[in-house]
Design a protein around this ligand. Structure first.
Ligand code: C5P
Length: 247
């Protein structure tokens, strides 16, 4: 089976997850939200009532089980903040690396989103996207998301949280958030979900054509032949994500 991996990086609430899910759906490849791994470690920490120490965080990261990723409290602002602190610990990143690498290399490929996917976890990914949006737009999106989920927190508080997480992600010495040199940049500030997904699909298909050089491994025909109608989904399913707008 041909390998086809899409690495998506970018700051919090830029639209990475929405785009990644739509791509996974469109090409029928598995998707991993790598932020959920750091969130699960953070949740366990908070449950222990402990202050994150490197050794303890590493121990928790090494023992994560699938059920830890299904905890419905993983999106809370408290977990967001703690996960961002934990993500700057090299031992934690090391402990979570093998799982992400194996996911990226599975037969047929995968879509992963995070902060260091194109640069550290999977620099060999056939397609790398770096998804951004202005800080104000991202805070507003997260605010509406949390509001819809019934969490009461002010937009100003969310802006502060996102700014602090951005700074940590960008400035940490290991696996800092930055685009890979080959990444296609996609700013979603002014885009609806449909438009953002369409740009991502177009970047993917352009990239796949570009690397389909004589002598290169054969690429999956359906990736190059699919219609550009984004509502046409595999198995006749209609993708709800694409009918909504980011904001
Ligand atoms: O993507 P999400 O906001 O859910 O990630 C939670 C935190 O995990 C981020 O603030 C970031 O610090 C960290 N993270 C990371 N590397 C990744 C994914 C997430 O450092 N690949």
């Amino acid at each position: 089976m041909t390998h086809f991996t899409v690495a998506i990086d970018g700051p919090a609430a830029a639209g990475k997850g929405t785009i990644a899910r739509a791509i996974a759906d469109r090409y029928s490849i598995p998707y991993l939200d790598t932020g959920i791994l750091y969130r699960a470690v953070a949740r366990k920490f908070l449950d222990l009532g402990a202050k994150p120490s490197d050794a303890e965080a590493e121990r928790i990261a090494m023992r994560l089980v699938p059920d830890d990723l299904r905890d419905d409290r993983l999106r809370s602002p408290e977990v967001s903040e703690t996960s961002s602190q934990i993500a700057s610990m090299p031992a934690v990143r090391r402990a979570l690396k093998g799982y992400q690498e194996a996911f990226a290399r599975q037969p047929g490929g995968a879509v992963l989103d995070g902060r260091d996917i194109g640069t550290v976890i999977c620099p060999e990914a056939e397609v790398k996207l770096f998804v951004t949006a202005s800080r104000v737009v991202r805070a507003r999106r997260r605010y509406r998301e949390l509001q819809a989920a019934g969490t009461t927190v002010s937009e100003a508080a969310i802006q502060r949280e996102i700014d602090a997480r951005d700074q940590r992600d960008i400035n940490r010495p290991h696996c800092a958030l930055r685009p890979h040199d080959d990444a296609v940049l996609l700013d979603t500030s002014e885009l609806t979900i449909d438009q953002a997904v369409a740009r991502a699909v177009s970047a993917i298909e352009q990239q796949m054509r570009a690397i389909q050089l004589p002598g290169a491994a054969k690429l999956p025909g359906d990736i190059l032949q699919q219609e550009t109608d984004l509502r046409k989904q595999p198995h006749g399913r209609k993708n709800r994500i694409q009918e909504q707008s980011f904001t």
